[in-house]
Design a protein around this ligand. Structure first.
Ligand SMILES: C[S@@+](CC[C@H](N)C(=O)[O-])C[C@H]1O[C@@H](n2cnc3c(N)ncnc32)[C@H](O)[C@@H]1O
Length: 276
């Protein structure tokens, strides 16, 4: 990747704008500066994405939706990746889990997961990741778990840390799959965690816990294939959804026989869940 989008958005619009970025394929979005009234976001996409064209499409969306955002394409030099990571801080998810955005040191903290610097999404700083982690903590032990849209593998690895027997993480973005595998090895969780690209064989069998933190449109599209992988009595949570998208996501899962309910809310973001 040698380019990214750099955006300035009015603080009140930041969640809606972030969702717009994810629904157009953003792999990662990092808040690089904020002065209280506006926020600067650095957004990475896979190398094949035509960013100038995408920036034009996003500007049209913003105009239609009344979002106040400036969107530009910037060239990256080698130091950018490090600057990205510089903005990340450790996140204390619960007394039993701290997420540290760095390579694993030789002496590890007992409840820490180390997420190596990468351009994948998911260092625990986003409200949707935090809600999914809170939901996962009590459900992970002894489970067979699916993490759809795994990014850095943060949810999958947290589930394994909390005692899941077997975890499958899936992502459409190959660098994310590679980052998740690296993170699994770095944390000694690679025996219980497998990460695959959507084009790979995701194996057979049902899952008794499934979590998906992806944008609302993608969730609606994937609802059937996701529901088909759930065991009877499975627990499911989906997030990456804004309040105004709840109805359409619920409708998509209802068509597959799954009733979703609001379980958690952070700012404009919602986590929906169900016992199948
Ligand atoms: C918002 S990130 C979530 C990352 C991580 N699970 C977390 O909770 O922080 C969404 C991820 O879903 C992936 N994704 C988008 N569309 C997908 C699809 N159709 N199938 C699988 N993964 C997808 C993206 O590449 C991205 O890594």
């Amino acid at each position: 990747m040698d380019q990214m989008l750099r955006c300035r958005v009015v603080a009140a619009d930041v969640d809606v704008f972030s969702e717009l970025l994810f629904s157009h394929g953003a792999c990662g979005v990092v808040e690089s500066e904020s002065d209280g009234t506006s926020v600067h976001l650095d957004c990475s996409f896979d190398a094949e994405t035509p960013l100038e064209r995408l920036a034009g499409i996003l500007r049209e969306h913003c105009e239609r939706q009344g979002l106040n955002a400036e969107i530009g394409v910037v060239q990256l030099d080698d130091s950018w990746k490090l600057q990205w990571i510089d903005h990340l801080e450790p996140v204390d998810v619960s007394p039993s889990l701290r997420l540290v955005p760095s390579c694993a040191p030789s002496v590890r903290e007992p409840n820490a997961l180390y997420l190596e610097p990468a351009l994948a999404f998911g260092f625990g700083e986003h409200p949707t990741t935090l809600m999914a982690l809170r939901w996962l903590e009590s459900r992970s032990p002894r489970s067979r778990l699916l993490d759809l849209g795994t990014g850095t593998g943060v949810l999958a690895l947290a589930a394994a840390h909390w005692g899941a027997n077997l975890v499958l993480g899936v992502d459409i973005d190959l660098p994310s799959v590679e980052a998740a595998r690296t993170n699994a090895r770095a944390n000694g969780l690679d025996e219980r965690c497998r990460f695959v690209h959507t084009a790979d064989d995701a194996g057979d069998g049902d899952f008794d816990v499934a979590v998906a933190n992806i944008d609302a449109r993608t969730l609606a599209t994937l609802a059937r294939s996701l529901c088909e992988r759930l065991a009877p009595d499975a627990a499911l949570a989906v997030t990456g959804i804004l309040e105004e998208q709840v109805e359409s996501v619920c409708a998509a899962f209802a068509r597959c026989g799954v009733t979703l309910k609001r379980i958690d809310v952070e700012g404009d973001w919602v986590l929906l869940g169900s016992t199948v």
